[in-house]
Design a binder for this molecule. Structure first.
Ligand SMILES: Nc1nc2c(c(=O)[nH]1)N[C@H]1C(S)=C(S)[C@@H](COP(=O)(O)OP(=O)(O)OC[C@H]3O[C@@H](n4cnc5c(N)ncnc54)[C@H](O)[C@@H]3O)O[C@H]1N2
Ligand code: MOO
Length: 464
């Protein structure tokens, strides 16, 4: 009997998912806004510096700017007049003009060097064009400068030092240098380096926004406790699971409470979800921000109701023509867990329908939803799998990619996390990664190399 499903491999289903998502529109945001705004933005274009860092030769120490030619190479101290001051934001131009040799670079119009002397200079201040080193104050007869007091010494005894203590113009960043590529995360360091490099705005994409909803008449509201009677009802855990996974993947989640196995109720819930409003009892589970006005949703993720049961409500909605519904694909993916999958567009928003078993939903997120979020965010294609040696042996189902929760040991090898049964969500508690065993592998032996997907937000070895 036909199940109405298309059989396909994991790669094929990933490609089908990615065909529905494109990077969100890029906007230019001021650096100050980025520093205090929402986290998790992604750069929408390559970023090049406009200005040099440092923008001029700068003192790396408080001390005296000297011309090495004035100091004996053998390190014998000399006493020289102090002819000026260079402070951060207040360079010693006057003295530079008085002292600059005919060859002095930017100040090249200066008269020939006429005075032998030094300039008192503070860390970060421009080094006069004629000077080529800074001698730290503690290495001189002055000993130290007193903060806040006027400096009055007229001469200083100092000697040549092994290091110049000058940060050369552009030694950190030169104008035109590539600071970061499109798809990089907008990190605190990137905001700072961009500011230093003379930029005022960054082209960014906002965090994708993902609506999450659970289906199943057996579901009690998430987080409201369990039912100890024999009602056959269980707490909805998937909507919390997926909302947290969405957030760990760098997107915002709008979670909607569980929807019963009723096609009209699901259609109404989908309408509500794509409007960007969360259910009254739920919240926007992304960055801290005021209660949401309706905002665009970029993706809808549902769990449950996607297999072959009589009450499988997602299948029922997908099978019934509706103006709001397009591009339906119901798939039997060669994967365990995560075999039944579907995708479609609801009011033109891409909709990924994952199976209801919590471990299947978890695996489906890692394999299908995470790449979709990355694509929406415009994140650089991220080869996230690592090669790790297996510390355990197990059998894998023939003809299906087998995804196995593993934990990383101190050696770097990974160990199968054993749960009481294949679908035990408690096994996920001990995992920091998922091993992805190819469909043609039926036995994993100790020492075999595996492809391993690290889990967002779970540091490797956390559970070792
Ligand atoms: N005759 C067949 N039966 C099943 C097949 C099949 O091919 N033929 N596939 C099996 C596989 S594999 C999976 S996976 C499940 C997926 O089924 P559904 O997507 O329809 O999921 P449900 O039936 O709604 O739920 C499955 C299981 O998970 C529990 N669940 C569902 N939602 C939640 C939630 N939000 N929080 C916690 N737990 C949830 C639900 O109570 C069920 O126990 O189908 C097999 N059957
Ligand atoms: O394929 Mo189902 O997702 O094994 O549990």
């Amino acid at each position: 009997m036909s199940t109405g499903r298309t059989s396909r491999g994991v790669e094929e289903h990933v490609a089908a998912v990615l065909a529905h998502v494109a990077p969100l529109v890029a906007v230019d945001v001021g650096l100050a806004g980025l520093a205090v705004g929402e986290p998790g933005l992604v750069l929408a274009g390559d970023l090049h510096a406009e200005a040099a860092v440092p923008p001029f030769d700068a003192a790396a120490m408080d001390g005296y700017a000297v011309r090495l030619a004035d100091l004996p190479p053998d390190g014998t101290p000399v006493t020289l007049p102090v002819v000026g001051d260079s402070r951060p934001g207040s360079p010693a131009h006057r003295c530079e003009r008085a002292m600059g040799p005919a060859s002095a670079g930017a100040e090249g119009a200066s008269p020939a060097h006429s005075v032998t002397g030094v300039v008192r200079i503070m860390t970060g201040a421009p080094v006069p064009a004629w000077a080529d080193a800074v001698v730290p104050v503690e290495r001189t007869s002055t000993g130290r400068f007193v903060a806040g007091s006027p400096t009055t010494e007229h001469e200083v005894t100092l000697a040549r030092q092994p290091r110049a203590h000058v940060r050369r113009r552009a030694e950190d960043v030169a104008p035109g240098d590539l600071l970061a590529r499109a798809g990089s995360a907008v990190t605190p360091a990137l905001v700072a380096v961009a500011a230093s490099g003379g930029l005022t705005t960054l082209p960014v994409r906002r965090r994708p926004r993902v609506a999450v909803l659970s289906t199943g008449s057996e579901l009690l509201p998430a987080g409201a406790g369990a039912d100890t009677t024999d009602s056959g009802r269980i707490p909805d855990s998937n909507s919390l699971l997926l909302a947290a996974l969405v957030r760990a993947a760098g997107a915002d989640a709008v979670r909607t409470g569980a929807v019963p196995d009723d096609a009209d109720a699901l259609r109404a819930a989908l309408d509500h979800a794509v409007s960007g409003r969360s259910a009254p009892s739920d919240g926007v589970e992304g960055g801290a921000r005021p209660p949401p006005a309706a905002r665009e949703v970029d993706l809808v993720v549902t769990t449950g109701g996607v297999s072959a049961g009589a009450s499988d409500v997602v299948r029922a909605v997908l099978a019934t023509p509706d103006d709001r519904l397009r591009a339906v694909e119901v798939a039997a993916v060669a994967l365990r867990p995560g075999h039944p999958q579907a995708l479609a567009r609801w009011r033109d928003v891409p909709w990924l329908a994952l199976p209801g078993n919590p471990v299947s939903a978890f695996v489906s997120f890692a394999l299908f939803v995470r790449p979709a979020i990355d694509a929406l965010a415009g994140r650089a294609p991220d080869v996230r799998t690592l090669r790790r040696r297996s510390a355990s042996a197990w059998s894998s189902p023939p003809g299906r990619v087998h995804v196995v929760p593993v934990r990383t040991l101190a050696s770097g090898d990974v160990e199968h996390v054993v749960g009481p049964a294949g679908h035990a969500s408690s096994a996920l508690l001990g995992a920091d990664a998922l091993a992805v065993v190819p469909a043609d592998v039926e036995k994993v032996a100790v020492g075999d190399e595996l492809d391993v997907l690290p889990l967002d937000g779970v540091p490797p070895g956390r559970h070792a």
